[in-house]
Write a protein that binds this ligand. Sequence first.
Ligand code: PGA
Length: 307
Amino acid sequence: MRQLEVFEAIARLKSFTRAAEELFLTQPTVSMQIKKLTDQVGLPLFEQIGKKIYLTDAGKELYKTCLGIFDHFSRFEMIASDMKGMKSGKLRISVVTTAKYFTPRLLGMFCKKFPSIDVALKVTNREHILERLVNNQDDLYVMGQVPNNIDAIAEVFLDNPMIVLAAIDHPLANSEKISINRISEEFFIMREPGSGTRLTTEQFFQKHNKKIKIRMELGSNEAIKQAVIGGLGIAILSRHTLSLDAPLGKLTILDVQDFPINRHWYLAYPCGKQLSIVAQAFLEYLKQAPDILSDFTYTHTSALTPP
Ligand code: PGA
């Protein structure tokens, strides 16, 4: 097991030095473990070209096997601690950028209830989350609707109203029932391609046969809010992006026809995946305690402060 651990770390980090650091071992110890493993396998596992380390074909096969063994072993550890009456292990969860406004708090509450659970949280945009889901890289995914061509189980757990955001002094700030014709005359600040927020905005304009006037593309919701405050344009964003530190007094939600667009947040995982005990515990936690989600639910989308 020790040799496999050392091998996995080198293969992942592509460096003997960094593997030694991560495992708190000396470099000669790491080299010795790999020599023993190579002798047992009878084939070279790594090749060095210049300063870079690559896995040989045998190394690639061993790496896949290693990941399987570690996965099974961590499943066993979770089962054993579950039998002892405590939930422990690691929850690997990946969430779309916009879900960062509530997922860490939910995870915080969950970890308070199960203090022996560790969490690895990855935040990236919708396109990358879908890639991770297809490649089965994590336990659970938080995202908008999963496309039909991906074989996944997805359960809705929270509303995700999409609103139109403008600077407080925008000429439309106090208008009521703004028409779609009128709103499409405005310049929009958009998220980057691959973002679910962008997809929703594009689908909205497509549905109404309008062209979007894009002033600027930004890869972060926070940067978009600042650009909106700066008067560069307006934006369609999730209501959740205003949840924590809404720059009160500087932004307003426009009252536009057909808004909010009612989307939802899903917890998803690949069909056929055997969920780890901690992943099941997290799903159950969200289902059994709907009150914990009430902090993240917006009933009055025109108000800037949460209910
Ligand atoms: P995004 O996804 O953060 O990648 O824009 C949000 C969503 O799918 O609603």
